[in-house]
Design a protein around this ligand. Structure first.
Ligand SMILES: Nc1ncnc2c1ncn2[C@@H]1O[C@H](COP(=O)(O)OP(=O)(O)OP(=O)(O)O)[C@@H](O)[C@H]1O
Ligand SMILES: [Mg+2]
Length: 248
């Protein structure tokens, strides 16, 4: 067993009711690495993240976190075990302050007061903007800043793996760039990142490895250079049939 594999998903299948949405999903994320899941609207990206984080029950598959089999754990226990899932759509309490929202990230861990203060300070060191705006309502932040707060909130738990579902969704290009600058900082801190995105070129410039999801299946995978040359990404977005490329 390789303890450097922070997330190891094998043969995952899930859906809603009896309708299968994702099938035969296998992926690996190593320590310090960033990987992407690319795919068009409705490809099953969010469903895949929900199935990994046990927010959705799985029809098949195993999930290992830093070498431990966590397949049977509930969503809550998975969070405590070190898997953080930043869901689509910047979910914050808009009327609560930036600081209160940040501290809510630790809620699931039932933290002692010193730990709250320490983790809050870490977040402010990494993202000084959050310190400046600490007492302002979260709803007063720009979309890019709200996304930074969501990410900082997840990081307070010191996750083994952070999964982000389209953090750039709905943001103007300049704010998309702000989100990627945030992600670069997270990555430099050594955090293993699984990023779901639709801004293909920017995402490929950020990650070490990417998987392309189409109709609930991984139809291609590779390094950004391999994927760019194979042109499969563009075709997956256009909905054309793509043969499975195996880089194993
Ligand atoms: N709660 C749900 N109940 C039933 N079907 C759903 C539900 N959520 C998503 N689906 C269906 O599952 C499929 C995959 O949806 P999913 O949201 O995972 O795609 P996605 O790749 O995240 O898309 P997007 O880029 O739009 O966020 C779609 O056909 C969608 O209609
Ligand atoms: Mg989605």
């Amino acid at each position: 067993m390789n303890a450097d594999i922070m997330l190891d998903v094998e043969g995952l299948a899930a859906g809603y009711g009896r309708v299968p949405v994702i099938q035969d999903i296998s992926l690996k994320l190593r320590r310090g690495e960033a990987i992407a899941i690319l795919g068009a609207n409705g490809a099953g990206k969010s469903t895949m993240l929900r199935a990994i984080s046990a927010l959705l029950s799985r029809a098949a598959g195993t999930v290992r976190l830093a070498g431990d089999d966590v397949t049977g754990l509930s969503a809550e226990r998975l969070v405590a075990a070190g898997l953080s899932h930043v869901a689509e759509g910047r979910r914050l309490f808009r009327k609560l302050s930036v600081e209160q929202n940040l501290e809510l990230g630790l809620y699931a861990l039932n933290p002692p007061a010193e730990m709250i203060a320490e983790r809050r300070e870490e977040a402010y060191e990494l993202f000084p903007m959050l310190r400046q705006k600490a007492q302002q309502p979260a709803g007063s932040l720009s979309g890019g800043q709200q996304q930074m707060l969501c990410i900082a909130q997840a990081l307070t738990r010191h996750p083994k793996v952070i999964m982000l579902d389209e953090p750039s969704l709905g943001l103007a290009p300049i704010l998309v760039e702000e989100v990627f600058r945030t992600l670069e900082k997270v990555r430099r801190a050594g955090q293993a990142i699984l990023l779901v995105e639709q801004v293909v070129e920017r995402t490929l410039a950020f990650v070490d490895f990417a998987y392309v999801l189409q109709n609930g299946r991984i139809v291609s995978k590779g390094t950004p250079a391999e994927l760019a040359s194979a042109d499969v990404v563009r075709r997956a977005y256009l909905g054309e049939a793509v043969a499975v490329v195996d880089h194993a």
